[in-house]
Design a protein around this ligand. Structure first.
Ligand code: ADP
Length: 279
């Protein structure tokens, strides 16, 4: 296979082994929460794994809050070699980049038209010094907007595999089981087909509610098998998993957002390893 044309983006991302783009048709379905959980899970696969989390929700960045970095000290440093991401842990295994870190006041709104967003996305892809990464998880805004088109345009040179980078960028879809969310997710799926972006599968979030008292599951949005019917049977897409509404998760994200707790990468890893060894 011939080498694709080199660009500042392809040069910068040459040290990233896998790129996973997280998509959803609708807002509020848990895409950003899932991106954070995906990044932590990938980190836990191996003690040597290094993961980057890139927030492309330019007008509504939420990753800094979700990883406990919505604090004034969390700022991006500019060096001659590029932007240094903000690290969640001391070992620098999980780095995060978001426009939220660049705002003077975290409460500021970003009201930008397409070309300015495109410039920011190009900078994020070409100027962040991730170093060697096993995975770069990219959280995108809901739907299929300017940000998605910019992202895939800039990533285009990476869609030709090379011997040093055999995997090409791929995606994961997040949806709740509600019919409106599933229908909107079909639009995201159609977008991936048009742009030839591989899809690893779909995660159904907020699948049901586990009662903290009796562990019984209530299917708040119905349990009619629509996700499997529409995505697995009709579109040959794997349903990767189902995540219930989890009051513990909400509590954790809330306490993180107040800066009371930081994501403990090492503890998360030990917890997951413990669960694995307990079968
Ligand atoms: P999106 O990125 O799709 O807009 P978010 O990840 O910001 O959605 O999630 C929206 C809200 O739902 C957040 O307050 C988040 O804490 C909550 N949430 C997401 N997934 C779950 C879940 N499985 N259980 C409980 N709350 C969740």
């Amino acid at each position: 296979m011939s080498d694709p044309i080199e660009t500042p983006v392809s040069r910068r991302l040459a040290s990233v082994k896998n790129i996973i783009i997280v998509l959803s048709g609708k807002g509020g379905v848990g895409k950003s929460s899932s991106s954070v959980q995906l990044a932590l899970s990938l980190l836990s696969l191996s003690p040597s794994n290094r993961v980057g989390l890139l927030d492309l929700d330019i007008t509504g960045p939420s990753l800094p809050r979700m990883v406990g970095l919505d604090i004034p000290e969390a700022t991006v440093h500019q060096s001659s070699a590029g932007w240094v991401p903000v690290y969640v842990d001391n070992q620098k295994r999980l780095g995060v980049m978001s426009i939220g870190f660049l705002l003077k006041d975290r409460g500021d709104s970003v009201v930008w038209r397409g070309p300015k967003k495109d410039g920011m996305i190009r900078q994020f892809l070409s100027e962040v010094r991730w170093g060697e990464l096993d995975y770069l998880v990219i959280d995108t805004p809901p739907g299929t907007s300017d940000e998605h088109i910019s992202l895939l345009t800039h990533l285009h040179p990476l869609f030709s595999p090379t011997p040093t980078r055999p995997t090409i960028p791929s995606s994961i879809l997040i949806s709740t089981p509600q019919t409106t969310a599933l229908n909107d997710t079909l639009k995201s799926l159609s977008f991936t087909k048009k742009l030839q972006l591989p899809v690893n599968g779909l995660v159904e979030n907020m699948s049901g509610y586990v009662c903290p008292c009796c562990n019984e599951i209530s299917y708040t949005f119905g349990n009619n098998g629509n996700t499997e019917r529409i995505f697995r049977d009709q579109n040959h897409l794997e349903v990767l998993g189902k995540v219930p509404i989890d009051t513990v998760l909400v509590g954790l994200l809330d306490s993180v957002s107040k800066g009371e707790m930081n994501v403990d990468v090492e503890r998360t890893q030990k917890g997951i390893e413990g669960e694995k060894s307990n079968g």
